[in-house]
Design a protein around this ligand. Structure first.
Ligand code: SF4
Length: 176
């Protein structure tokens, strides 16, 4: 297949994947809205180590987040998210599923697990449908990946090895 045609197909597939992932976000937002969990606006959901949790995201979510997020300094530690500034998310529209679904409200825990499971199953289905790989890791793994477009990149923190960021989606090229 000529290179130009192959590239066009790849771009079209990337657009399809992006659209599908955004549809998953919209469904998750609607499910969370219907559940109506309480938010104390404490900002603790973005301070991972302090509150004893880890934000895992997929490569799909990382790409959408990093396409739209403001500049940040590397390395990023596992402790918190660099996009939380003065208690607010500065990447709100592009935030990953965990940020959309996670709330501290204890009465929402069961529903939160269900919404998470459902959304992740849909993301995995997108990966299967488009023949991409499935890569799922803590947020800072993706934020510390080498980024040629980001001049301050200095590699990962000392706790975790860097991962290589790839364009959305993680395509297993078989030639062309
Ligand atoms: S992307 Fe936004 S909501 Fe998610 S952890 Fe970072 S600051 Fe918090």
């Amino acid at each position: 297949m000529p290179r130009r045609v192959a590239r066009r197909k790849e771009v079209s597939m990337i657009d399809d994947v992006r659209k599908d992932v955004l549809t998953v976000y919209a469904a998750a937002d609607a499910a969370v809205g219907a559940a109506g969990p309480r938010c104390d606006a404490s900002g603790r959901c973005c301070r991972f180590t302090e509150y004893g949790h880890t934000l895992f995201i997929s490569a799909f979510e990382a790409e959408i987040l990093l396409e739209n997020a403001p500049f940040y300094e590397q390395p990023v530690s596992r402790d918190g998210c660099p996009f939380q500034i003065e208690g607010l998310c500065t990447a709100r529209d592009a935030r990953p599923l965990g940020c959309r679904i996670y709330f501290c409200d204890e009465s929402y825990e069961t529903r939160m697990a269900e919404i998470t499971e459902e959304a992740l199953a849909k993301l995995k289905h997108i990966a299967d449908t488009h023949g991409t790989g499935w890569h799922y890791a803590p947020l800072h793994h993706f934020l510390n990946a080498p980024l040629p477009a980001r001049p301050n990149n200095q590699g990962s923190d000392s706790m975790t090895p860097p991962v290589t960021r790839v364009s959305l989606p993680v395509v297993n090229h078989s030639g062309g």
